[in-house]
Ligand binder design. Sequence first.
Ligand code: GDP
Ligand code: MG
Length: 434
Amino acid sequence: LGSKLSVALRKMANHTVIDQEVLDAMLADICKALLQADVNVAQVKQLRTNVRTAVNFDNLASGINKRKLIESAIMTELCSMLDPGVKPYEPKKKRPNVIMFVGLQGAGKTTTCTKYAHLYKRKGWKVGLVCADTFRAGAFDQLKQNATKAKIPFYGSYTETDPSVIAGDGVAKFKDEGYEIIIVDTSGRHRQEGALFEEMEQIAAATEPDDVVFVMDSSIGQAAHDQARAFKEKVKVGSCIITKLDGHAKGGGALSAVAATQAPIIHIGTGEHIDDFEDFEVKAFVSRLLGKGNIAGLMERMKEADVDLEGAEMMKRLASGQWTLRDMREQFQAVMKMGPLSNIMNSFPGMQGLDFRESSQRIKRWMTIMDSMTDAELDDPKLMSAERVLRIARGSGYYPSEVIELLEQFKMMQSTMQKTMKKNKKLGKQTDMR
Ligand code: GDP
Ligand code: MG
């Protein structure tokens, strides 16, 4: 059988002895993954040092599960990097809360303003949008269109050229009319130009925002840190929102944004649609960063999309530890039927960072490969051997390495799903007892 698969399998098997060497190997793997996810180099180094300090083999009580200890040390470290130790601003009811949005052009400010407005409107707040972007032609039209679609009152001007005047007037008007959430959308330039920052400071002076939200495109990679710091130096950034976490973006820049602004992430943007907006969950985000895949979230979304999971034979077999290639094929089929909900495929372990086209191409390839498997192979993954892999490769017209890649994906999904099932079962039992 392909060496790649057996290496992966061996890695997955539990080490009986976990010592410094294993820790270093694990840390090396994880640091590599973090760097690939665009986490800042200095932060990765810091993490390595801190985990080494946290896991001291000389001082461990016997009987402690070292693997768990290492995993939780890494998890804790990443979570603390995402926690600046301050609470985000919480809007207060029955008074105006002015929220100013800042960020580079194309970061997703205007889109995110509407998502944010929509979220609060749904919760019953009185919300208004102010367009203080006079730099980009059509900026007001864009906000107007978004706001109208979401039925949110807006303010802007086609004639006034000073954005701080518009911002001041808009905020005053909404305040007079008893609005509770007043959102100020500002302009961004391509780079961090002096003029942009001056304008931003003037708008802040004119509106006296209760919170300044820094919006950052998650795909900017290692540039995240400097960019975030530049904004922080000019205005009182109190919260961050990371956008475009649905596409190629790997998300590591989020850690930089927090480190540079010392402000917590409050939401993430996961698509262009107004509802593609999620509360920021540190643990889920870190799991995603580490490539484990957010299986719990995946199941949630499939349920929402009316894919019957509970009743499915497949789930019963998974619970009993008999999940097969045939089940995986069924699941892929169900997902493919749902169309370009790229978010869902992106939740599969091993498929993060792929866009819809890439992940659907991959799934199609795997479906073709599975078509060349026999019923027995589909029902019993243990049957797989080198000869069978070669035969399936020839039959499907793909390389043996591509068949092995599919088998690796299967292994990864199987193990993640079993873990999730076990966790859900435990949670279920706990609630039953209450
Ligand atoms: P601004 O210049 O900062 O106001 O950015 P815009 O709000 O105009 O957004 C720029 C582009 O990014 C638009 O095409 C948006 O539809 C897109 N966009 C914004 N947020 C997201 C997101 O979370 N995911 C995706 N895929 N696209 C987004
Ligand atoms: Mg804009």
